[in-house]
Write a protein that binds this ligand. Sequence first.
Ligand code: AMP
Length: 485
Amino acid sequence: MSDTATTPTNATFDQFGLHADILKAIAEQGYTTPTPIQAEAIPVVLGGRDVMGAAQTGTGKTAGFSLPIIQRLLPLASTSASPARHPVRALILTPTRELADQVAANVQAYAKHTSLRSAVVFGGVDMNPQSAELRRGVEILIATPGRLLDHVQQKTANLGQVQILVLDEADRMLDMGFLPDLQRILNLLPAERQTLLFSATFSPEIKKLAATYLRNPQTIEVARSNSTATNVTQIVYEVAEGDKTGAVVKLIRDRGLKQVIVFCNSKIGASRLARQLERDGVVATAIHGDRTQSERMQALDAFKRGEIEALVATDVAARGLDIAELPAVINFDLPFNAEDYVHRIGRTGRAGASGDALSLFSPNERKQLADIEKLIKRPLDVQRLTVDTPVRHHHDERGARRERDDRGGSRRRTTGAHERPHGTHHRQQPVDDFFLKPYEPSPSAVSAAAKRDEAPSAPQKPASKQPLAALLGGFGMPRKTTTSN
Ligand code: AMP
């Protein structure tokens, strides 16, 4: 249990009639009280009804659907080694690899005392180990849509016995262009099934999806109880576009931030910024869809362990990440899609902790700022930030030396590596060859990533504008413009 973002309810896990093996796993996770979404969703899912759930990551929604799914499948659990006794009975679809991995880790923990098997499949990694696991048989399959279809095509996944389908972060799946893949998958499933759809927003597209594929769903709506309005301080810093990198360094240094996610709108921008931050002495790495899955996981793990100060991320790569007690997020770019602002700042201020959402705003981002303020129904506090010292000095030399080292092939380091050469006093940057190379998108990575597990770098079609303001509160505060050097 790291960071439940919810207030405890009066409910207890005992009251749902969950099997002792599940209760034992819950206790081992350290959960004592169900979160509001769990208190609402567990009985509904146990009752077999379809669900349309409005909940973000951080509310405990994963256990909210996983625990009752495990309970419902328990009567069918088998200790037999025969794959035929372990067909896929529950399918959980997520938009990103990271979320799939997180959900899978939770499901595995909750089902560990049962004989139900679970597996996760996502793109960007070798299919063979996944195929081998699928052939042995799994009851609960967690997948990203594209890779799942690859397995279906290779006949390593058969969806003909799926009884329960979960569409997790459905809004993001649609934003990422997964609708055709989703439709193909849905057509492979038995019509007689239970469908649970979770989404942070209920756009017209989501409503249409629900109307087509859900049957008389129960709507469950739980805003995060530690609403960002109360414990996330939002500040917008006005800076010249060219000063943004310096501004990030300044904010990290002045505020003593040890762990911050910096959001960029594009993959190329994220790579470039991570590289520049490294040169300026900030331990940074980038995660986005052009990096291999293992690089992304490695970077994320190192960040969670506190070995990386700045994780530079695109929206999709950071989506759904559950990082405990993240003190701050920085928006290097204001997002093109105002809803992404809400998702981004929701990464901090969790579990009742306070957090800072710091956004850099250059004059050409007026429209984005206006869209955000419209969505959250309040003006944001805009301050001027002066970046007086050029941030690049002796670090350039270090970067050049590194490049020479790497060219010589004498010393190679990888992202997230925590080896620090002896006698080094400053923080050693985890240098990845990736950051030293010019950006070269491979045609396959661009098309596959854009289509499947990563959003395109270009502005996306704005998704729904269904208000998320409930999550943020709406105070009619007048805009202040103050100066902070
Ligand atoms: P989720 O929204 O599913 O990503 O969950 C957010 C975090 O809350 C995860 O770290 C879960 O392990 C944790 N969590 C889920 N349910 C509970 C609970 N009932 N009590 C405490 N922590 C929980």
